[in-house]
Design a protein around this ligand. Structure first.
Ligand code: PA5
Length: 448
């Protein structure tokens, strides 16, 4: 179970400030659980882990097994909330060089992600890697109309049809989308694709524990039941409204107190490269949930110790609007002892025999002390290990913290109206029917 350690924030957030928030937190908790918050149509994630475990995931596991048995490579097509959770959990649970490992060591097909950009170069590179492989596609889009995945799906579907024929391609395409509406749902009905549902009441960035994340993860052999069990345990243990007994609420309260003191950028710092995409998932969760009405903490991320040699300078001495949320994995997936090499004068002999995990953790501690000295408050999240269960717990911890945080900030944490602005402009510039007037105005602005 993730534990929040505020030792490195004591100089910046005081107990009484957190305790003073208790009445607000209690009321927000009540409203969250009674569905009275703004965006209350999207609270399905609150009891998703326990409900999914009760309902069972047999159908999903059967489909995952079909993919596992049939595919050399699975391409997951999606963006934002229809992408980041699966990739975060994949990189958390599987080895860094998963795709390069022999199949027997991998436990599933190679896994690639597409539809999360509009780069032809990147997509062409992917097509080259897929050449000659038995490829399955899992296209994921709740709305079924998002441009990036729709473009990638069009290209990959045509490619697959050329490779295996139209009829066989139908058997190698799995769709995760809305239960009733959207272009993808309609196409699935026509083509007879195997489909899974993104529940109506779960928004994209809260959807990792639905088939959005679970199907591709199960297909590559991640223990999704364990992921759900970890989240279900968190659902249970984080059900109290007490700000001091509920670490998710304590985290929300502490960051809110920091925000009110001008700490407007939060840096998610991790010491295992395999957490890079967890950081991206976290950034989307908080960025899209809180950044509205000209309010919100800007979520950034760094991978230490790598970024201590780049962003470290700024964090230590730059503009002081920062705080860090540091994730520590107490027991890393594996370890390595530093060998004794007295013949090499690299000044490291005093560390001979020491595990690399120890050195990494001392670097973490040293950095936290230095950054606190540099006036950067640190919130430490201790995670016992890097198992699917711990990640399920962490997912739920941050989801709940984010929901509470949105309420403390006074925003709707479940919508994302701001992401529409670029889309309307893009459709107008691309000449989409219905956007003619906007196109004329934009071209005028651009002096074209
Ligand atoms: O959190 C969100 O709602 C968004 O990031 C969406 O997940 C993202 O825009 C993709 O949407 P869709 O699943 O409809 O393609």
């Amino acid at each position: 179970m993730a534990e929040l350690d505020l030792r490195f924030a004591r100089r910046f957030v005081f107990d009484h400030e957190v305790e003073q928030l208790q009445p607000v937190v209690s009321e927000a908790h009540r409203r969250l659980h009674s569905g009275e918050v703004p965006g209350s149509d999207f609270l399905g994630w609150l009891h998703l882990p326990s409900q999914t475990l009760t309902a069972g995931i047999d159908e999903l596991l059967t489909a995952a097994k079909e993919i596992q048995d049939g595919a050399d490579a699975l391409v997951v097509i999606g963006i934002g909330g229809s992408y980041l959770g699966a990739r975060a959990a994949f990189e958390w649970a599987k080895p860094e060089y998963y795709n390069q490992l022999p199949r027997a060591l991998r436990g599933g097909p190679e896994l690639y992600f597409a539809g999360n950009h509009l780069s032809a170069a990147a997509l062409n590179d992917l097509l080259r890697v897929l050449e000659g492989k038995r490829v399955y596609l899992n296209v994921i889009s709740k709305s079924g109309t998002t441009t990036e995945p729709a473009v990638a799906f069009r290209i990959l579907r045509s490619w697959l049809q050329k490779q295996v024929g139209t009829e066989q391609a139908k058997k190698q395409i799995y769709v995760t989308t809305d239960a009733r509406k959207g272009a993808l749902k309609e196409l699935s009905n026509t083509e007879g694709y195997k489909t899974f549902v993104v529940p109506d009441d779960v928004g994209g960035r809260y959807s990792v524990l639905t088939p959005v994340g679970l199907l591709p993860l199960a297909a590559v052999g991640v223990e999704v039941r364990k992921l759900l069990e970890g989240a279900a345990k968190a659902e249970e243990s984080l059900s109290t409204s007490s700000v001091t007994d509920n670490p998710a609420y304590l985290y929300a309260a502490a960051r809110n107190a920091l925000y009110r003191k001008g700490k407007t950028t939060e840096i998610f710092a991790y010491y295992e490269p395999s957490l890079k995409m967890v950081a991206e998932w976290w950034k989307q969760l908080f960025g899209e949930s809180e950044g509205k009405d000209h309010k919100g903490i800007y979520p950034a991320s760094v991978g230490y110790t790598t970024d201590l040699h780049s962003m470290g300078q700024f964090v230590q001495e730059g503009y002081r609007n920062l705080f860090e949320t540091v994730i520590r994995i107490e027991h890393p997936v594996s370890d390595l002892d530093l060998p004794s090499t007295p013949d090499v004068q690299d000044g490291l002999e005093y560390l001979a025999g020491k595990p690399l995990s120890f050195i990494n953790d001392q670097a973490r501690l040293a950095t936290q002390i230095a950054h606190v000295d540099g006036e950067v408050p640190n919130l430490l999240v201790n995670v016992s290990d890097q198992t699917p269960e711990s990640l399920g717990d962490l997912f739920y911890f941050f989801e709940l913290a984010c929901a509470m945080s949105g309420q403390l900030l006074g925003v709707n944490a479940f919508n994302q109206p701001g992401v529409e602005a670029y889309k309307a402009n893009m459709f107008a510039l691309l000449g989409k029917p219905g956007f003619e007037q906007q196109r004329t105005e934009l071209l005028k602005q651009l002096n074209v």
